[in-house]
Design a protein around this ligand. Structure first.
Ligand SMILES: Nc1ncnc2c1ncn2[C@@H]1O[C@H](COP(=O)(O)OP(=O)(O)OP(=O)(O)O)[C@@H](O)[C@H]1O
Length: 488
């Protein structure tokens, strides 16, 4: 355990670190974050005894830092610093072996079999084994960094201090290095104190975080500290928005550049309609939430496509099919929401309405052949069948993520009301259907103006969505039914 109490210190003329009290638990990965010049390196230099303390105490494993001899300290502490590295005129293997020095015995510091084993092992872990016979000087910046980490690990420290350890590393080596360090941490109960500029790296790998600013420890604690947008924005003096990693439950941080363009927002679009597809293109990306075959979840998109397929379409890989059709039409799949329907696209219904200055456009194709009452347990159908209600709603407003979910709810309520009023029934149960088996919904917002957090039925936007979707649904189903009757 590292126990720091009321620590002040730094350089001869300036005491950079001011009254820092901090406990770092044994076996933790502690990330020290803070803007340039906030005192991170100075604090690490004080803890590792490189700089003298002016006030306060540092206790390491219940012993005052200053009661350790230099050799004792080297046996428990290793440092990978950011200082410009001396251009050692040694081979890689010799440099890594220097890490074993504090553990070697006698005046001549004999290299043992164990020393060789450990050096080989850490060189493999840091992916520098292949360079072991090469001169250190001949390596790239990232390769040198990995060799110096290998040297620090060869020291078998109990506490490892890292100053921007991933500075020169590419993404593969950054993740590899930190994964290895985490494994080391767990296996050897190693304490890691790392200065990290990349807050997302800190979020992925650290157990605890300390935020420094102006030489003071602003806050220390759990990863949730990285979700405090206001505090991070104040300290780093930049707009910050936090969210979650899409795969693992860790926060991720994004910065908002000042030059975000707000002009030309609005619902201007171009519509191309053929028998095969409906394609709406906007001149700027809209914030979207959808369960479309392509572009699901929260995204940004400029292109919105609804593709016609035959009723007997083989649904084994609909996403791949949509991508291939988009490529044929020279539309980028990366900013497109794609849906599919067996409905004749001429039956599409488009409705443009304005509710208290907010323009809303609803674009709907509705086939109700697979209508289902979701509340009846006897009607679970396996597989994917085309015969669907595809609803796209475009809103000229700024919706938060929560409001986008609200908007999906408003669409669903309006759709179900339309099913009810049109008396569309589940063929199996003869009860009123609530939707069809494969409905898709899209909400796309221009993000113009101030953010609005709600879009449910108690709001102008929610009501607007409800009324537009209801009216467009009725029209789309009527178009569909009329064609069906004509075809009989
Ligand atoms: N040798 C020195 N003598 C005097 N002042 C120094 C010295 N080294 C650093 N400082 C000052 O101490 C303050 C903190 O520097 P430090 O290097 O600890 O910050 P940091 O948080 O690690 O910054 P960065 O993120 O830029 O690496 C800065 O204002 C810096 O100018």
């Amino acid at each position: 355990m590292i126990d720091i109490k009321q620590l002040s210190g730094g350089y001869e003329k300036t005491s950079v670190i001011k009254d820092v009290t901090l406990t770092i638990e044994t076996g933790h990965f502690f990330a020290l974050i803070g803007p340039n010049g906030s005192g991170k390196t100075t604090l690490v230099k004080l803890i590792t005894g490189v700089l003298p303390i002016k006030k306060g105490t540092i206790t390491i494993f219940e012993k005052s830092l200053h009661s350790y001899s230099a050799l004792e300290r080297a046996r428990i502490i290793a440092v990978l610093s950011q200082e410009p590295q001396v251009e050692f005129d040694f081979h890689v293997e010799e440099i890594v072996m220097l890490g074993r020095y504090p553990h070697q015995k006698g005046l001549l510091k004999h290299i043992s079999k164990k020393d060789r084993q450990i050096v080989d092992e850490v060189m493999k872990q840091t992916d520098v084994f292949q360079f072991r016979k090469q001169p250190f000087k001949s390596l790239s910046g990232g390769e040198k960094q990995r060799v110096l980490l290998a040297k620090a690990l060869a020291q078998e420290p109990k506490i490892l201090f890292l100053d921007e350890p991933t500075n020169h590393l590419d993404i593969k080596h950054t993740v590899r290095m930190l994964d290895h360090l985490k494994e080391y941490q767990r296996k050897h109960h190693l304490t890691i104190v790392a200065i990290l500029h990349d807050l997302n790296t800190a979020a992925l790998f650290a157990d605890k975080i300390g935020l420094l600013n102006g030489g003071k420890l602003i806050e220390t604690g759990e990863l949730s500290l990285l979700q405090n947008e206001n505090q991070l924005s104040d300290v780093y003096e930049v707009g910050i928005k936090t969210n979650f990693h899409p795969v693992i439950p860790k926060p991720q941080i994004t910065v908002i550049p000042n030059q975000v363009k707000k002009e030309n927002l609005g619902l201007e679009y171009e519509l191309k309609q053929t028998d095969q597809s409906i394609h709406l293109t906007f001149n700027h990306p809209l914030r979207t939430i959808s369960n479309g075959v392509l572009g699901e979840g929260l995204q940004w998109a400029k292109n919105f496509c609804n593709f016609h397929v035959k009723k007997e379409y083989n649904c084994s890989n609909p996403k791949e099919d949509i991508i291939s059709w988009l490529r044929q039409a020279e539309i980028s799949e990366y900013d497109t929401i794609g849906m599919m329907t067996a409905v004749n696209l001429k039956d599409m219904s488009i409705l443009k309405e304005t509710y208290e200055d907010v323009q809303i456009i609803a674009v709907i194709t509705a086939g109700v052949g697979n209508a289902i009452d979701i509340t009846d347990p006897s009607t679970v159908k396996q597989g994917y069948q085309i015969g669907t209600v595809n609803i796209m709603v475009f809103i000229d407003a700024h919706l938060t993520d929560g409001a986008l979910v609200n908007a999906v709810q408003s669409v669903t309520e309006a759709k179900t009301k339309a099913f009810n009023d049109l008396q569309i029934k589940d063929a199996a149960t003869c009860t009123i259907a609530t939707g069809t088996s494969t409905d898709s919904t899209l909400i796309a917002a221009t993000q113009k103006g101030d953010p609005t957090p709600y879009a449910g039925s108690g709001t102008v936007i929610g009501k607007g969505i409800g009324m537009s979707v209801y009216k467009a649904m009725i029209k789309a189903v009527q178009n569909y039914e009329k064609r069906r009757v004509q075809q009989l």
